[in-house]
Design a protein around this ligand. Structure first.
Ligand code: NAD
Length: 359
């Protein structure tokens, strides 16, 4: 039975980069026998303009019915004055919570061809390939009670609650273990077990769950050390798993090791492997409409979609290889351009990936 992919271009450069990713999916469908159907819907500011809400009911219904969602990006200065309840970002958060996307997968890959883009020395980062698995629907970002209260003294006190149930830790560790099994079979669980009881429990559950994966080598690391190790010797890591807040911070740090925000995809998965796939970058309003955005993060998000929601590992690898082949030819969008390479548009880059797929 064919799989249904919902495409949500969103705002800013979203439509430009998604157009190129759709070309790649259409090529896989027409020439490689990938059995998919694609639908398109509005989200974010574009949806607000057309339907008065960043996540219209019609979009949510299609997202629920789809096997996977591919999203460009949302947001932009045009919608910043809006009430927070209808800002474009609400569309994204609404999709994550409505679809129960609890596992956020953020690879940080540095292609050898782009080693100069990193602020770290090339030998420290060249060939870097880390997967950070971040818990996305629990922890301190959602824990109750939360708020700001006024004390008797008149001083304000802000408070949030870090809370995890054993089952929440178990399911995210299982996702990370399954990924480690497909990669280098090493998982580092990051916590602050020396200070926070909640993450002391996290460590115990991770150890217990790991017993079901004897082939994977589990290690534990305190988050402060993990931050340090990520910039000192990032290639020591294969897969990392951590809480919502630690993952938020560490995955951005890892992304910046690569120096090329336009190259990094992400996935957010539910319990059944259904997922939403998107580049890690935003809608880049500063370059929207100019045809210069890098579509590779979105195209690599298609590769993740193939691997994690459609179980098409071979096609996923083929897309990733096509991207590498294109980088080898020396063409670059402006964000990854360096002297000696050839600067090309969003469209030329997308076409080059499709041609490399065919070759
Ligand atoms: P951004 O990621 O959009 O842009 C940061 C910088 O990186 C800009 O200079 C931009 O031109 C560049 N850049 C980003 N993607 C690029 C690409 N594919 N090719 C070339 N250059 C690229 O972050 P920002 O400027 O902080 O945010 C802009 C808007 O995007 C805001 O409204 C923000 O809320 C939104 N945003 C959305 C998402 C999302 O949809 N997931 C994520 C982050 C930010």
């Amino acid at each position: 039975m064919s799989k249904n992919i919902l495409v949500l271009p969103g705002d800013g450069i979203g439509p430009e980069i998604v157009t190129e990713a759709v070309k790649v999916m259409a090529c896989l469908r027409d020439e490689f026998g990938l059995d998919i159907e694609m639908d398109e819907a509005l989200v974010g500011g574009a949806a607000y303009d057309a339907a008065g809400h960043p996540l219209p009911e019609a979009t949510l219904t299609l997202a629920r019915e789809a096997d996977a969602v591919l999203l460009g990006a949302v947001g932009g200065p045009k919608w910043e004055p809006l009430d927070i309840s209808v800002r474009p970002e609400k569309g994204l958060l609404g999709l994550r919570s409505e679809l129960g996307l609890f596992a956020n997968l953020r690879p940080a890959i540095l292609y050898p061809q782009l080693a100069d883009a990193s602020t770290l020395r090339a030998e420290v980062v060249s060939g870097l390939d880390i997967m950070i698995v971040r818990e996305l629907t629990g922890g301190i970002y959602f824990g109750q009670p939360r708020g700001v209260r006024v004390l008797e003294s008149g001083e304000k006190e802000g408070f949030n609650t870090l809370v995890y149930r054993e089952s929440e830790v178990d399911r995210i560790v299982r996702v990370a273990m399954d990924i480690a099994m497909k990669r280098g079979k090493r998982l580092c669980s990051v916590d602050k077990a020396n200070v926070l009881e909640c993450t002391e429990m996290w460590r115990q559950v991770a150890t217990r769950t790991a017993a079901d994966y004897p082939e994977v080598e589990l290690s534990h690391m305190y988050v402060d050390n993990a931050a340090m190790q990520l910039v000192r010797a990032p290639k020591q890591f294969d897969v990392m798993v951590t809480t919502n807040m630690f993952g938020d911070i560490l995955s951005d740090c890892a992304a910046m090791l690569t120096g090329s925000i336009g190259m990094l995809p992400s996935a957010s998965l539910d319990e059944n492997g259904k997922g939403m796939y998107e580049p890690i970058h935003g809608s880049a309003p500063d370059i929207a409409g100019q045809g210069v955005a890098n579509p590779l993060a979105t195209i690599l998000s298609v590769a993740m979609l193939l691997r994690y929601s459609l179980n098409e590992d071979a096609l996923a690898a083929r897309v990733e290889q096509a991207v590498e082949q294109v980088l080898d030819t020396g063409i670059r969008t402006a964000d990854i351009y360096s002297p000696g390479t050839e600067k090309v548009s969003t469209e030329v880059m997308g076409d080059a990936v499709v041609n490399a797929l065919r070759s």
